[in-house]
Design a protein around this ligand. Structure first.
Ligand SMILES: [Zn+2]
Length: 420
């Protein structure tokens, strides 16, 4: 089996793996200025695409594969039902934000995705581009999967099995259970976002967050919680509901919440999401509404999670000059994003303007990725396999670290083809 890394090699973003030149696993973008794409944009021509989950760094470039006017000439797209709906929702949002500029796909391309869509649940093997493929719950966001690819066609076992972990979490969240899947595999392409970071148990992080939020509210401050639309917004809503803290929710996350409530089978605790939704007040973005909310002593959960756009661009400038206020970042901040900048320097470039922030800034690591202990525990079941490290800022260092521990591990470069 040949695995070519088109993106996500040595970086977080634009994940894309091409198996045997015919089966594409994920086709994401790296958001930023400018947004960058995997190798093979416009030239890769797979028979089928399998999508692990809807986050833009895994699915954001998918519509670019829909260029052929004849549906027969476009690749099939295999995914879970929530991933399908979410990916198309986010693609339409990308188009809206791009406003015609700098977007390598059209509304027609997004519409065509629907015609190519094939749904699968967990543990229901299917055939794609001559390979046997199976989805296993990755515990990252609702509908997210590990992708197990067997070289043989649907009903036989080939020589090689590749486990593409995609993004995964080994720990339970409010709405999702952590992954327990450890299928046999000869090669594991493993994400490594938190390869060198340990995280306190989720319960401790929640307690610290709630304590900090309550203190800010007692002192009359406003709390802005930048959060990813997919997964994190709903988790933060659930944390607030459970603690009895009222909140507003704004941005794309509100629509994603409605979508998840329609896919209850993909949630560990759908009732908790219902409770979270009724506890939160939805902001519809009428003129002046956000500025008025920002003056209240309240909590606002809003996109984007790394301050790269969305209503957070209104809220953060509105609360930034008062030290009683709090910006509570809720997840991993990728290098070179305004969120990371704010955390490290106390100021950030927002809407093209450098802004010092006197409000307090704290990060609460509600990440949906396995931490170092989680990654090591996961990999422990793959001591005999070839480990291909991707999706991290320090892939080569983590591969070296695992080689020290006796693994056959390496970190492929972007564009490299590995035979397993
Ligand atoms: Zn993800």
């Amino acid at each position: 089996m040949e695995v070519r890394f088109l993106g996500g090699a040595g970086e977080v973003g634009r994940s894309a793996l091409l198996v045997d030149d015919r089966l594409l696993l994920d086709f994401g973008v790296k958001t930023g200025t400018p947004t960058t794409y995997p190798l093979g944009l416009r030239s890769v021509d797979p028979e089928a695409v399998v999508v692990s989950h809807a986050h833009l760094d895994h699915a954001g470039a998918l519509p670019t594969l829909m260029g052929a006017p004849d549906a027969e000439e476009r690749p099939e797209v295999h995914w879970t039902p929530p991933t399908d709906e979410l990916a198309r929702l986010l693609a339409r949002d990308t188009l809206r934000l791009a406003d015609g500029y700098d977007c390598p796909f059209t509304a027609e391309d997004v519409r065509r995705l629907m015609e190519q869509s094939v749904h699968h649940g967990y543990r229901e093997p299917f055939e794609a581009a001559g390979h046997r493929v199976e989805f296993l719950d990755a515990g990252h966001v609702p509908g997210s999967t590990h992708v197990l690819v067997d070289e043989g066609p649907a009903d036989t076992e080939g020589d090689t099995r590749l486990l593409y972990t995609a993004d995964f979490n080994t720990e339970d969240q409010r709405l999702l259970a952590g992954t327990t899947a450890r299928p046999d595999a000869d090669a594991v392409a493993v994400e490594s976002t938190y390869a060198f970071d340990e995280r306190p148990p989720r319960e401790e992080i929640e307690t610290a967050f709630v304590t900090r939020v309550r203190r800010t509210l007692r002192q009359g401050g406003t709390v802005i919680v930048p959060a990813f639309a997919v997964g994190r917004t709903q988790e933060m809503m659930a944390v607030c509901a459970r603690a009895g803290v009222d909140c507003y929710v704004d941005g794309m996350g509100t629509r994603v919440t409605d979508l998840f409530r329609r896919h209850r089978d993909f949630l560990r605790d759908p009732d908790a999401l219902d409770a979270a939704a009724s506890n939160a007040r939805t902001v519809d973005g009428r003129p002046g509404q956000r500025e008025r909310i920002a003056e209240q002593s309240t909590v606002v959960i809003t996109t984007s999670g790394m301050l790269q756009g969305g209503p957070a661009m209104t809220y953060v400038p509105a609360v930034r000059s008062n030290p009683a206020n709090l910006v509570a970042l809720s997840g991993y901040q990728v290098e070179d994003t305004p969120g990371r900048d704010l955390l490290e320097t106390g100021s950030a470039e927002i809407d093209g303007r450098r802004m010092p922030v006197a409000a307090q800034v704290e990060a609460f690591d509600f990440s949906a990725h396995a931490d170092r202990s989680g990654l090591l525990a996961f990999l422990d079941d793959y001591r005999e396999a070839t480990v291909l490290v991707n999706h991290g800022d320090r892939c080569e260092a983590f591969a070296a670290d695992r080689r020290e521990a006796g693994f056959d591990a390496r970190a492929p470069d972007r564009g490299e083809t590995v035979t397993v």
